[in-house]
Design a protein. Sequence first.
Lengths: 135, 135
Amino acid sequence: MNIGEAAKASGVSAKMIRYYEEIGLIPPAARSGAGYRQYSDQDVHMLRFIRRARDLGFAVEGIRELLGLWRDQSRHSADVKQLAMAHVTDLRRKIAELEDMAATLETLARACHGNDRPDCPILSELEAPADMPAD
Amino acid sequence: MNIGEAAKASGVSAKMIRYYEEIGLIPPAARSGAGYRQYSDQDVHMLRFIRRARDLGFAVEGIRELLGLWRDQSRHSADVKQLAMAHVTDLRRKIAELEDMAATLETLARACHGNDRPDCPILSELEAPADMPAD
DNA sequence: CTTGACCTTCCCATGGTTGGAAGCCTTATT
DNA sequence: AATAAGGCTTCCAACCATGGGAAGGTCAAG
């Protein structure tokens, strides 16, 4: 099948399929006489794998490793688990960062009257934080 | 003071100060005879404001609005609050996304033996998700 | 044989930041 | 006065993942 159909079937856009090929995440597709990329059900299967890994927040390099393990029949599930848990650690770190930001802002916003007067603790905090960082 | 000193004093790198000037987030700095950018304590104050807004996860466009409100003596605190809460909503949405990913991965990892055998529910899920999405 | 839908490659843009190169300026030391 | 070090300038490129679009080739149906 052509790239458009493979894109529809896999949920990966044609643009991204070409990009993944370019960066070597997937092997170069077979070509028709006219130079059209040709994809098998196997290929679509791999693209769907990639799509789901991305949905789980894996970066391309992580997906590259996952694909390697996927293809490696003699893999150790410990390696897969370790890769996944490293990513979870990463996610949790990002979540904590965002959570800190949200909590700070909510605290400040709660203290803000939110009326037509100009005074606002949010701006005050941005101007000169209460917990003076020693910078 | 020169840009290096302003960078050190504000916590915003010299590179970023020039970038913020280029995109009009901050007004063009005064220049010395030799063309060196000159910064006042006022300028550093503004840069610190920007730095803290970024630390709270605001994108440049949000900071632009915040700076506008900051400078506007007749601002309504309601507008500041609204801007902040919109950002919180954004943060919470991102947090929820990441949390979903982390939870899914943790569930799968928990079911993975993590030994030297190849079978692994993480890879199985990526290959063919249990809750078949109707794509 | 034309039309329209596909495909190809190539370049550009995003956002925020960092890196580097080439060249000028300032300051301090010889 | 010459020189070396380090700071400044501008410009260009890269990162990551994705989308947009142009210019041109191809395929299938009418």
